[in-house]
Design a protein around this ligand. Structure first.
Ligand code: AHR
Length: 498
């Protein structure tokens, strides 16, 4: 059976840019995100370029990753960057206390990270150690990466083989400082931010964009105190929001779930919109002109680890359900692109809601997840102008007293002057007949792609890497200023309109 939906796009009311950084990624020293995911080392049998996996490099270049956050997460506040420079065989080891007690050999450090960013064309986002580091350590790290003068740290960098400074703009001053980043109170952290950031200097032509460690979920007090006590000293304030059942006990399986669980997931995912609105309203009081960005620098689904994988490594599968979380969340970020300037899904490979899963046992397989495909399909939204829209569709009540719309949509004017529209039909059993009315359309041609699968719990693995993948979408008719599409149950469609 089918339902009817109407979408009206206000094509002349575009105002806000959807920063491409909303399509940002996050890579932490956690499980096999770095080691075995991005990096295998130059000696590996797995085909690589200077130690980076070739298959992963290609997938990330294709994905057009705008920004990559590193080295954590919780790991960042225990990371001492000087352990990760110089000859690899001389670097000291450490224990990764946050993530399974794994021994970290520091073979992937500052050079390896920043060179990777250059290779894939991403802006680096460095997350600095405030929890267990010092002001001096962070100040010197900034000097090491960005100074081109005859300065001690720039000379050390040159000695380690890199003549020119790297382009580093985004600097996180601590991570989850209310929790794994030092268990601080917001007043104390505010003072630390002021102190640490004072000594993180702008070298030569570099200009840092300083990001304060922000709230998790519904902690509005944290935002209020930081806005009062830090204010314009920060360029950005972060926010973490995971689609997770809770922090105690099982979080549920990534692949075995009921229909009820599925709809609950979408309700929890969409609640981020209310959370963004509330944090933004607090920010508006002190910063009505919206100079300070809200950066959702960790988001995505968090399920139980796959049975048989290492505890604390957060390796989870990724199904069509996760693809919906990606599509719906990105649509929310678009709607709030006036304040939300960056978002970094957790994480890029092998951890939580990742883009890529690699077989770390040595035979070199890699799969692209359904979430990767959503990010790839949504590419035209990067740096496009957001177009407001109205949508009339069915909605349903889901567990925990939430209501979700059956169709989620987003539209934008792309950099090259075309239009892009995303449509997600979350219904498990009903197709949607959608009329899309566009003011002053003048439509010439439409190209579409669809991501769907037989079962909502379908996923890609090393034996079956293409169970969920995009295909061309053809069910489109144009009638003057109206586009008529029929999209099947549980499907995500992106239309590129000329
Ligand atoms: O992404 C995994 C962890 O989640 C990060 O290290 C931390 O910042 C958050 O709690």
């Amino acid at each position: 059976s089918a339902q009817n939906t109407t979408v009206t796009i206000h094509a002349n009311q575009g105002k806000n840019k959807i920063n491409k950084e909303i399509y940002g990624q996050f890579a932490e020293h956690l499980g096999s995100c770095i080691y075995g995911g991005l990096w295998v080392g130059p000696q590996s049998n797995i085909p690589n370029t200077d130690g980076y996996r070739n298959d992963v490099l290609k997938a990330l270049i294709d994905l057009k990753v705008p920004v990559l956050r590193w080295p954590g997460g919780c790991f960042a506040d225990e990371y001492h960057w000087m352990d990760g420079i110089g000859p690899r065989n001389k670097r000291p080891k450490m224990q990764n206390n946050n993530w399974g007690g794994t021994i970290e050999d520091n073979s992937f450090g500052t050079h390896e990270f920043l060179n990777l960013c250059e290779k894939i064309g991403a802006e680096p986002y460095i997350s600095g150690n405030v929890g267990s580091g010092s002001v001096e350590e962070l100040a010197k790290w900034v000097e090491y990466m960005t100074s081109d003068g005859d300065t001690p740290m720039a000379n050390l960098r040159r000695k380690n083989g890199r003549e020119k400074s790297w382009n580093v703009k985004y600097l996180g001053v601590g991570n989850e400082s209310w929790g794994c980043g030092g268990n601080m109170r917001p007043e104390y952290y505010s003072d630390l931010f002021r102190r640490y950031s004072t000594y993180c200097r702008n070298y030569d032509s570099h200009k840092l964009y300083k990001i304060a460690s922000g709230a998790s979920d519904y902690d509005y007090d944290w935002t209020k105190v930081l806005m009062n006590n830090v204010g314009n000293r920060m360029n950005g304030l972060s926010l973490h929001y995971y689609t997770v059942t809770g922090w105690n006990g099982s979080k549920g399986s990534a692949t075995k779930f009921s229909n009820d669980d599925y709809y609950w997931t979408l309700g929890k995912c969409l609640e981020i919109e209310d959370v963004i609105k509330k944090h933004s309203a607090i920010m508006d009081e002190k910063d009505p002109k919206q100079h300070i960005g809200l950066l959702v620098d960790e988001w995505g689904t968090w399920w139980d680890e796959e049975p048989g994988t290492i505890k604390g490594h957060l390796f989870q599968q990724n199904t069509m359900r996760d693809a919906f979380v990606a599509a719906l969340s990105l649509n929310v970020f678009h709607r709030h692109s006036d304040r939300v300037r960056m978002a970094n899904i957790a994480q890029i490979a092998n951890v939580l809601q990742s883009m890529i899963l690699t077989d770390t046992t040595g035979n070199g397989h890699m799969v692209l997840t359904p979430t990767y495909h959503v990010f790839r399909m949504y590419q035209p939204f990067q740096d496009a102008t957001y177009l407001p829209l109205d949508i009339k569709c069915d909605s349903m009540k889901v567990r925990d007293n939430r209501t979700i719309p059956i169709v989620s949509a987003s539209a934008a004017k792309t950099k090259d002057g075309n239009m892009v529209i995303s449509l997600a039909n979350v219904s498990l059993d009903k197709a949607q007949n959608i009329d899309i009315d566009i003011e002053n359309a003048g439509i010439k041609s439409i190209n579409g792609e669809i991501l769907t699968s037989k079962n909502i719990s379908d996923y890609n693995d090393f034996n079956n890497p293409d169970v969920v993948k995009p295909t061309p979408f053809k069910d489109v008719k144009i009638k003057r200023n109206t586009i008529k599409v029929k999209i099947p149950a549980k499907s995500i469609v992106v239309l590129n309109i000329k």
